[in-house]
Design a protein around this ligand. Structure first.
Ligand SMILES: Cc1cc2nc3c(=O)[nH]c(=O)nc-3n(C[C@H](O)[C@H](O)[C@H](O)COP(=O)(O)OP(=O)(O)OC[C@H]3O[C@@H](n4cnc5c(N)ncnc54)[C@H](O)[C@@H]3O)c2cc1C
Ligand code: FES
Length: 523
């Protein structure tokens, strides 16, 4: 083969091996879309590398073909190295394609292939350069072609990498996940969902998969929830459910309602929800979200059905291979009450930074793990670097109170604890009845005004007077009803669902607010 072609192919061979290592080390975790794109680029570069490897091996065989002398040690070393590339490439392809659990090996294999490819080419190049330096001048077109080829390859790589936008926020990351031609749904817009799959989760819970209308995508963050308007017995009944599917799956959402004793909606969803059921939903809502730009180490403490938002977080972390350290402490009654059991086992094998700690209060006799209630001993032994971690707490009210008290004992800053309440009595909620007589409530957008008793919540009175304020939990924990107070004062029992930004903009939660003066609301 002509020396110029040979050098160009060899340069490209090393470049492709190096490029794929670089790609693996730098392009993970931005967004599902860019991750997919870089996987494709990686694959194409890999196949080009294999094709070049075949061409170079063939030209090497042509050179030694019919060689009657004994092969030189350098040639034997060269051939040995060349032969070692084949099994390395083979193992890498098998791991990438079929052994997802062992994909942490890919970078090491890639570096190994790059090192061997570089040595193979460098060995010949150095000898060639030394030889021509001692005997003749290197032909100018040879060195120029080689240098130009390397420069072009480097320029292409930098150009492609430079084109990749750096996501600044999670909203941006989610919009990057949006395939072309699909509309990203905004918070508050009603969604028309269709039930497409019903799967038993435990003896008292089912996972329901709802499809969004064709061409629409939900830009939820991991941990958020939707507020559904279930039509039961001809009446619309609002209830919120956390999304447990990964937000990278924008075209469907999954929820897992657990049957609550004499619960109106949860019983309907577990017994009467069939494929084809349609429902209107609003959202996504909630501040109980994992944010990879802020959270480097997270501890998820879940009680019972409180696991659902955490499942979305773990699936999201797994889908995007986000290098966050995560510990899940999951408290349930018995083995039969554990949601997503087999998935946690699979996640443990796939995610090297994930630590799963089930705690059962009434386990079977042969249960090898933690038994009893959540306690300090478990947190101290199972959580690495608690003071550097962000905690997510979700479960029954008493469980969350206990969790907060234990974390306080461990000196965890309150700002590092995020929590989501699913219902029941909310800790800390208090209502002292104001003593004034009837007050005036105005609703600016609906152009409605009426007299309101200070005993009544703004949500109750607005519903009675025909003003629509979307609602979910009706106890100040979901944020669905957040509405701007344009004038006047209210007493709010709960503020946990409002973040600082909404609070500073004057938002209140009508479901837990009672008027202290005449008021005007932006509703
Ligand atoms: C943000 C948010 C996310 C939620 N996500 C989920 C989820 O992923 N999975 C899930 O199963 N539920 C979830 N819930 C709770 C859900 O909205 C309902 O409250 C629950 O399904 C009970 O509704 P129901 O109509 O069956 O009960 P209701 O008829 O409203 O109440 C019946 C009885 O059950 C009690 N009760 C109400 N809610 C609960 C509860 N959560 N736990 C125990 N007792 C209760 C009531 O005090 C009452 O005595 C979430 C709630 C919120 C606010
Ligand atoms: S309805 Fe949930 S905060 Fe008001």
């Amino acid at each position: 083969m002509h020396i110029v072609i040979s050098l160009t192919l060899a340069g490209l061979f090393v470049f492709l091996a190096g490029f794929n290592v670089w790609n693996m080390l730098t392009s993970r975790g931005a967004s599902a879309r860019s991750s997919r794109l870089w996987t494709q680029v990686h694959r194409v570069a890999g196949y080009a590398f294999i094709a070049l490897f075949g061409i170079l091996c063939y030209s090497m065989l042509l050179r030694v073909k019919g060689w009657s002398d004994e092969l030189s040690p350098r040639l034997i070393l060269h051939m040995g190295l060349a032969l070692s590339v084949a099994p390395l490439v083979f193992v890498k392809v098998i791991v990438a394609r079929y052994q997802k659990a062992a994909r942490s090996l890919l970078t090491a294999l890639g570096i190994g292939i790059f090192a061997v490819a570089f040595t193979l080419v460098a060995l010949n190049l150095v000898v060639y350069c030394l030889r021509v330096a001692s005997t003749e001048k290197v032909p100018s077109e040879t060195s120029a072609t080689f240098v130009v080829a390397v420069l072009i390859c480097a320029a292409i790589a930098f150009f492609i990498k430079g084109k990749q936008p750096k996501p600044k926020s999670e909203t941006e990351i989610l919009s990057l996940n949006k395939p072309d031609g699909q509309e990203l749904i905004n918070r508050g817009e009603p969604l028309n969902l269709t039930l497409a799959r019903v799967e038993p989760q435990t003896h008292d819970a089912k996972t329901l998969r709802f499809l969004l209308p064709r061409g629409q995508l939900l830009g939820a963050r991991p941990g958020q929830f939707l507020t559904f308007e279930w039509m039961i017995g001809g009446k619309s009944v609002p209830r919120s459910y956390s999304i447990c599917s990964s937000p990278t799956q924008g075209s469907f959402i999954e929820i897992t309602p657990k049957r609550v004793e004499s619960g109106y909606v949860s019983q309907f969803l577990n017994d009467g929800a069939n494929v084809g059921l349609t429902v209107k939903a609003r959202g996504p809502y909630g501040q109980f979200c994992f944010d990879e730009s802020k959270h480097r180490r997270i501890v998820l403490i879940a009680g019972g059905s409180g696991i659902t938002p955490m499942m979305a977080m773990l699936r999201y972390i797994d889908d995007l291979c986000i290098p966050v350290h995560s510990t899940l402490i999951y408290c349930a009654r018995s083995e039969q009450d554990v949601f997503f059991k087999s998935e946690f086992v699979a996640l443990q094998t796939r995610m090297p930074r994930f630590h799963y700690v089930p705690v059962l209060s009434q386990p079977g006799a042969d249960w090898p793990g933690w038994k009893g209630r959540l306690r300090c001993e478990i947190l101290e032994l199972e959580i690495e670097k608690p003071l550097e971690s962000t905690f997510f707490l979700c479960g029954p009210s008493a469980f969350m109170e206990l969790g907060r008290a234990l974390l306080k004992d461990m000196a965890v800053e309150p700002a590092r604890i995020l929590q989501e309440s699913f219902g029941g009595a909310v800790a800390g909620g208090k209502h002292s009845t104001p003593s004034t007589g009837l007050l005036k409530a105005k609703f600016a957008r609906s152009a409605v005004a009426y007299n309101i008793s200070p005993d009544e919540t703004l949500l109750e009175s607005s519903e009675r007077n025909g003003v629509l304020i979307p609602s979910g939990c009706r106890q100040g924990s979901c944020g669905t009803c957040a509405t701007k107070l344009l004038s006047g004062n209210v007493q709010m029992e709960q503020t946990e669902a409002l973040n600082d930004e909404l609070r500073s903009q004057g938002y209140i939660l009508p479901c837990v607010s009672r008027p202290l003066s005449d008021i005007t609301l932006d509703a």
